[in-house]
Design a binder for this molecule. Sequence first.
Ligand SMILES: *[C@@H]1O[C@H](CO)[C@@H](O)[C@H](O)[C@H]1NC(C)=O
Length: 204
Amino acid sequence: MHFTKELSLLSLFALSVVAAPSNKFESFVADYEDLPGNVAGSPNVFGPPTPYLDLDYSGVVVASNSPLAVDAVFTTSGKNYLATNPGQNPDIKVHSNISYCNFNSLVIGTYLNAANGDAAPAVDSTVRFIGTTTDGKTIIQDYNYRTGVTNLNGVALQNAFDKPVALKNFNRITELTVTVVKSAGTVALTGINLDRLAYTCFAK
Ligand SMILES: *[C@@H]1O[C@H](CO)[C@@H](O)[C@H](O)[C@H]1NC(C)=O
């Protein structure tokens, strides 16, 4: 009896050690360069694997501007980036072994989507970042993307590069989504490019 009690106390102690919060954290700048990129403008279907650097992605595909660059908005760093097909919105959740991530910055651009990919021009827009925190709060930040090149009513007539954006107060986030809320084109047909997502994740 005494022995059993000691054993159960011991296993309780062991359990509490296992359940103790982990201090393990890792910082990343995700550039998607190590993933097979679909040629931009072709019917892209593959997103990053789950998980990719502690995050689970949906609503995005990995696009590449090599060997063929037909996307009007592409990253200046490396050849790969994330893009959306018509009707997709980037949704990024922390993987099941992660408590939360603090998101610092990313590179973003928008373009007019075609039915079969993303071979249309860069377009001025307002994108909205929405973060959900561990305690259920919503963090919202809007960003006005401007192509910054000669354009006709906000539609660029030539290639425009992605712009880096600092994310403010996107700490203790479990889910991050990006949507287009305004566009010089049609909101529903405005695609999103992402690259160089900088963040730190804390393990469970
Ligand atoms: C979470 O799990 C993934 C997939 O099993 C693994 O690659 C990654 O290293 C883990 N992350 C941490 C912080 O333990």
